[in-house]
Design a protein around this ligand. Structure first.
Ligand code: ADP
Length: 484
């Protein structure tokens, strides 16, 4: 892997604590390339006491960082952004090597991830408080916005770069210090970010990366340590619940980006070619391993067969292979467990009467490669109606009326992203309002941008990331009542 990099020093196996790169007290753990199964690095496995040490250093560093002017913080963050973009290719190669997504998608993720640092660097200068007319003649009311303190993050493997920057950007801009615990499958994208943060001149202790193979120990330290005032998590609803329970004891503020089960609805007045294109991007990007991926595709009866045929034709042309090879559109799945989940969902659907019209099996490439799969005849009693598949399988449901599809689309505990294709203006408005989701894509399958508030309702989470709203999750309000 080193030989592929223009700057091999970006491949950093050590953790980053208090402004220095350190070995783990619990030895190392292996990081493997999911496309080939080979070990690409032995990464520092930090102990719980090292995590506590990182938090202690962050607590000290934060006090000073918060005193910097917004512009001073913005300047360092901007430099970090510039370094990410200058090293985009190397960061993308590291990302693909540890996670498997095609290089073109990794380049996109680095640009997307970096955009949060750029955007929030600018926002650092725009953290406005408020004055409120007093309640008595001699009273003056002022509202300050202050950084919460030390923020700790736990992030997943599906976006090893962007899930961290989306949190670190607003946290650091607000004047918080940050301790990141990357997914054990993909820590190298995080340590590469640390190398660049260090070069950009972020003060020691303000940004830390604690790589560990023991997520629950690190999670407990985050939740039980009084110096951590904010926990920000992206991952499954199941783990989110555990963390919220743990965080209750210290009444820690939590932001949670949890699971989704996105409906993608195609009405009979939709532009079918556009809907097929959108469905492919939305369903199959990152091999279906995205919390905003379409998980249930509802197609109105009049266009169902035409849509299925067009989707099949387009997906059949797509290529599966090593993400590092140019032209690959589907990399491997992250691990064997992911393959088994896709297989279980397909088996369940077949048993209940669905038909596989494309793919359906592990790829002949072996390993964790899987054939892009489309099934027809999906119904609400199949497992994927309640559970995210997180793989390259598109189930097509048939529906008759607008009311029916809204009811089916909302019949889930999740509420992250939703999508629909339609042209009738009043339908567009009504359906957008009726979908119980934090995000609605209308005639588009791609909704992610640093400029908009990303987040879910119901059991998909708490808080929003991105946009000017995103920084609020890292700020406290302080009300000052003054008698003059
Ligand atoms: P995914 O299926 O995307 O891996 P998870 O919720 O299982 O979703 O994992 C998201 C992140 O949470 C990963 O970095 C994982 O290591 C971490 N994690 C898993 N279990 C725990 C836990 N009990 N406490 C803290 N972090 C956890």
């Amino acid at each position: 892997l080193k030989s592929l990099l223009t700057d091999p020093s970006l491949l950093e196996p050590r953790a980053y604590i208090g402004g220095g790169f350190v070995d783990g007290q619990d030895g190392t753990f292996e990081v493997k390339n999911p496309a080939r199964g080979d070990v690409i690095a032995n990464v520092a496995n930090v102990s719980r006491s090292q995590v506590a040490g990182a938090i202690a250093q962050a607590e000290v560093a934060q006090k000073d960082w918060a005193k910097w002017t917004g512009k001073e913080r913005a300047n360092v963050l901007r430099k970090w952004f510039d370094l990410m973009m200058e090293n985009q290719e190397d960061l993308a190669i590291i990302l693909t090597a540890e996670m498997g997504k095609p290089l073109a998608e990794s380049r996109g993720e680095i640009a997307y991830g970096a955009s949060f640092i750029e955007f929030f660097a600018e926002e650092a200068k725009r953290i406005y408080g408020e004055t409120i007319p007093g309640h008595q003649r001699d009273k003056r009311i002022t509202v300050l916005k202050q950084p919460i303190g030390v923020a700790a993050s736990i992030t997943p493997w599906n976006f090893p770069n962007a899930m961290i920057t989306r949190k670190a950007g607003p946290a650091l801009a607000a004047g918080c210090a940050f301790v990141a615990r990357p997914a054990e499958l993909t820590p190298l994208s995080a340590t590469a970010l640390a190398v660049l943060a260090d070069r950009a001149g972020l003060p020691a202790g303000v940004f830390n990366v604690v790589s560990s193979s023991n997520a629950s120990e690190t999670g407990k330290e985050f939740c039980e340590n009084n110096a951590v005032r904010k926990l920000t998590f992206t991952g499954s609803t199941e783990v989110g619940r555990i963390l919220m329970r743990q965080a209750a004891d210290t009444v820690m503020k939590c932001s949670m980006e949890l699971g989704g089960n996105a409906p993608f609805i195609v009405f009979d007045d939709a532009d079918l070619d556009a809907a097929v294109e959108g469905a492919i991007m939305c369903k199959f990007r990152n091999n279906g391993q995205t919390c905003v991926c379409a998980n249930r595709i509802y197609v109105q009866a009049g266009v169902y067969d035409a849509f299925a045929a067009k989707l099949k034709e387009a997906v059949a042309k797509m290529t599966v292979g090593d993400g590092l090879a140019e032209g690959t559109q589907f990399g491997p799945l992250i691990n064997q467990k992911a393959v088994e989940k896709v297989q279980a969902h397909i088996a369940d659907a077949k048993e209940k009467g669905a038909e596989v019209i494309l793919g359906g099996n592990p790829s002949e490439l072996g390993g964790t490669f899987f054939e892009p799969t489309i099934i027809t005849g999906a119904t609400q009693d199949m497992v994927f109606s309640q559970d995210e598949t997180f793989g390259p399988m598109a189930p097509l449901f048939k529906f008759e009326t607008e009311d029916d599809v809204i009811e089916m689309a909302n019949d889930t505990i999740f509420g992250l992203a939703s999508y629909f294709y339609a042209k009738d203006l009043s339908r567009v408005y009504k359906v957008a309002e009726a979908l119980e989701y934090g995000i609605v894509g209308v005639n588009t399958g791609i909704i992610s941008t640093e400029l908009a508030p990303f987040g879910g309702v119901k059991q998909s989470g708490l808080g929003r990331e991105g946009s000017h709203h995103g920084i609020e999750d890292y700020l406290e309000m302080k009300y000052i009542c003054m008698s003059v």
